[in-house]
Design a protein around this ligand. Structure first.
Ligand code: PSU
Ligand code: MN
Length: 308
């Protein structure tokens, strides 16, 4: 245990007693959604996880501490401060901690801190990946590398087509990351249930997800596992509408010369503006859907471990 890691008492107790815990990220709060929907969503996600018998651990860096488990006041602070909280990926971690700063954790840093704390299941909205045009920009999210290295199961709604989904899957294959479709053979595209790209495996129950992760760990295989859970039909968006919005956002990003860590937050907020908020509703619902699956999977994983 390191001195910079600060596990909330409730989370600590659950882990010590072998009870299920689900990690949640904070970039989705500060950079992924506007205030106040970001705070409302983050609190509701925690509630959903509790209702299904698991303990939520929202992860962030606060005052240089790597926090696994935030108070509602801390979640509110991150939500209100928004994009003024530095977005923290792997390379940012040492500086933010050394300087006693705050940081909103991406999928990458949430996985890192979850693993440090001993949390195995993490629910989010979408992951970063290989950006369109990465052949020349080399813009590939550190999330993919983290999935290759860090033993946390990430449950998401696939990836947005702000990314090159084909190249993202190729990268994950090269890195040995198992990509699972939950109840589907196709990679979901975040706002829509289909992308036209196949996934490696289809699994249909939280128990199957837990077993796969359990085997991976028992075999001593490093790295995480990616579960892609399609948005519920009733909340999915019209493919043409969302793809048009995404194309416009990607074009604006290029014209304005946005690059580096600003790219993903810029694209997310542009898409929300273009779709007049419809995309935000879908985004919120798919996060709830992932939280439910993550809680059920964390419960199943605990049962497997208890039976050992
Ligand atoms: N994609 C989304 N919503 C998000 C993100 C990505 O649909 O909120 C956030 C996540 O925190 C993810 C990060 O880990 O953006 C990836 O940023 P980058 O592409 O700069 O690695
Ligand atoms: Mn990037």
């Amino acid at each position: 245990m390191n001195n910079y890691l600060d596990i909330a008492p409730e989370v600590q107790k659950a882990l010590a007693e072998g009870r299920p815990v689900v990690a949640l990220e904070s970039t989705i709060i500060s950079h992924g959604m506007p205030y106040p929907q970001n705070v409302e969503t983050a609190l509701q996600v925690e509630k959903i996880i509790r209702q299904r018998g698991a303990v939520p651990a929202t992860i962030a860096i606060i005052g240089g501490h790597l926090k696994a488990g935030l108070s509602p006041a801390e979640i509110d602070y991150l939500g209100r401060t928004g994009t003024k909280v530095p977005k923290a990926s792997r390379r940012d971690l040492p500086i933010l901690v050394a300087k006693g700063m705050d940081g909103a954790t991406t999928v990458t840093t949430t996985m890192m801190i979850a693993a440090m704390a001993g949390i195995e299941v993490f629910a989010t909205g979408g992951i970063g990946g290989v950006h369109r045009g990465a052949e020349t920009t080399m813009d590939i999210s550190a999330d993919l590398e983290e999935l290759a290295e860090t033993p946390v199961m990430v449950i998401c709604a696939g990836a947005k087509s702000i990314l090159d989904l084909g190249l993202t899957l190729e990268y994950l294959e090269t890195k040995g990351v198992t990509v699972i479709g939950y109840g589907t053979e196709e990679l979901p595209a975040f706002y829509t249930r289909k992308s036209g790209f196949g996934v490696d495996y289809r699994l249909d129950t939280p128990q199957e997800l837990a077993e796969a992760f359990h085997v991976k760990r028992t075999l001593g295989l490093r790295g995480g596992m990616l579960v892609t859970n399609p948005i519920p039909e009733e909340y999915s968006m019209d493919a043409d509408t969302i793809n048009e919005a995404i194309d416009k956002a990607v074009a604006a990003c290029k014209t304005l010369g946005i690059h580096g860590k600003e790219t993903t937050p810029f694209l997310l907020s542009r898409i929300k503006d273009i779709t007049g908020g419809d995309s935000l509703d879908s985004n919120i619902q798919l996060v709830y859907n992932n939280a439910r699956l993550a809680a059920d999977t964390a419960c199943a994983l605990c049962e497997l471990e208890a039976a050992e």
